[in-house]
Design a protein around this ligand. Structure first.
Ligand SMILES: *Cc1c(COP(=O)(O)O)cnc(C)c1O
Length: 395
């Protein structure tokens, strides 16, 4: 129980982001305390027994629960409108814990093709070893989703907007398809964050986060989270997590708590900068195409307006040339960091065809729409005019 549990549900988003989940100790500290301890002490053998049996609530061991981690979990759960949140060591371990908490050998996953590269590797190289197969479909093609569902399908997995092409899917429509076939709809909400999009309010069952990205927001820590109901996330996913061990550290939870406090103002600033930069890019004669859901030219601009409260910080664009021209532009930047990370105050620039999508064959890249001239920018919080000059240098 947090100090204001009875009030938290009525608080507006900004108040939840700053105050939900906090429990003050006897010291009455203002900022949330960190509990860097692996275990917790009992006053007697009888109390230890009562804690272990679950008769008495309270912490036992930090692989199971930790007070700082719990504050982070409760705060993020409020922000996503979820009953329950469990924090993990990384975004990938959040996806792993979801799969292994829910699925068994013989089950089937339907996933959109345009997901985080390592998630594809996890599904195709590792889940398949356990006899859990995945069918990949185009994100926005609802008929393809329904057509790929088999008798043994338990889980639909996707990211919207997608990375790097910022493609969207109607979450409510996909949730309806999912529930018609008794499947769980899992949404990786890392790019939008609860500031811009709340998948559970559109019927999604489970939300995944890589806290490493916007939730931290300054590129310091690895972490993740799974959100959903007490029954599924609080019981099945948590049961896997406490036994397998990829739990979040107290120190990282504290960093992420501070990140959540500024998430809304940071996301608004990321969106604002990205919109300005996308409009500017569209006007550059060297640019062939810009992918950003905030642009009227984006084929799903109307869906983005109805499903999201902002268009995000990620832009991709194609130059009129090929790979050489894109590399030249990237190498001429002095402010943008050449790195695959995103969600940082520092703007990052990436050439997807030779990095994040480099393991795909040319044919697969073409199928996924990853052109050789495609450049991805995760717009940070630097001055937009400086960023324009930085990109113009190599055009
Ligand atoms: C980075 C990322 C992940 C993986 O998160 P890690 O914290 O790096 O393990 C998963 N999904 C998306 C959309 C990501 O961007």
């Amino acid at each position: 129980m947090s100090d204001f549990e009875h009030l938290e549900a009525e608080w507006a988003f900004a108040t939840q982001a700053i105050r939900a989940g906090q429990v003050r100790t006897h010291e009455q500290e203002h900022s949330e305390p960190i509990f860097p301890t692996s275990s917790f002490v009992f006053s007697s053998a009888a109390e230890a027994a009562a804690r272990f049996s679950g008769e008495q609530p309270g912490s036992i061991y930090s692989r199971f629960t930790n007070p700082t981690v719990r504050t982070f979990e409760q705060r993020l759960a409020r922000m996503e409108g979820a009953e329950c949140c469990v924090a993990t060591a990384s975004g990938m371990s959040a996806i792993l814990a979801t799969c292994l908490g829910i699925l068994k050998t013989g089950d089937h996953i339907v996933s959109s093709r345009s997901i985080f590269g390592t998630t594809t590797v996890l599904f195709t190289n590792f889940m398949s070893r356990l006899g859990i197969e995945t069918t990949f479909v185009d994100l926005s093609d609802l008929n393809a989703w329904e057509g790929a569902i088999q008798k043994n399908t338990r889980l639909l997995f996707m990211e919207t907007p997608s990375n790097p092409l910022t493609e969207l899917v109607d979450i409510r429509a996909l949730a309806d398809i999912s529930h018609k076939h008794n499947c769980f709809l899992v949404v990786d909400n890392c790019l939008a964050t609860p500031v811009l999009q709340k998948p559970i309010s559109f019927g999604a069952d489970i939300v995944i986060h890589s806290a490493t990205k916007y939730i931290d927001g300054q590129g310091r820590c690895m972490g993740g989270a799974v959100l959903g109901t007490d029954d599924v996330v609080g019981t099945d996913v948590y049961a896997f997590l406490r036994s397998a061990g990829p739990t979040m550290s107290a120190f990282n939870a504290w960093i992420f708590l501070k990140g959540l406090e500024t998430l809304e103002i940071r996301m608004k600033a990321h969106c604002d900068g990205a919109m300005k930069l996308a409009l500017w890019l569209e006007q550059q004669p060297q640019v062939a195409r810009v992918y950003y859901p905030g642009l009227e030219s984006h084929p799903q601009h109307e869906l983005a307006k109805s499903q999201q409260t902002g268009f995000g910080g990620l832009i991709s664009f194609e130059l009129k040339g090929g790979k050489e021209d894109s590399w030249k532009l990237i190498d001429a930047t002095q402010i943008c960091s050449i790195t695959a990370n995103l969600g940082d105050t520092k703007t990052t620039i990436t050439h997807p065809a030779t990095t994040t999508h480099g393991r795909l064959t040319a044919e697969q890249r073409k199928e996924s729409g990853i052109a050789d001239s495609l450049i991805r920018i995760a717009v940070g919080l630097e001055d937009v005019e400086d960023l324009k000059k930085d990109l113009a240098r190599g055009m």
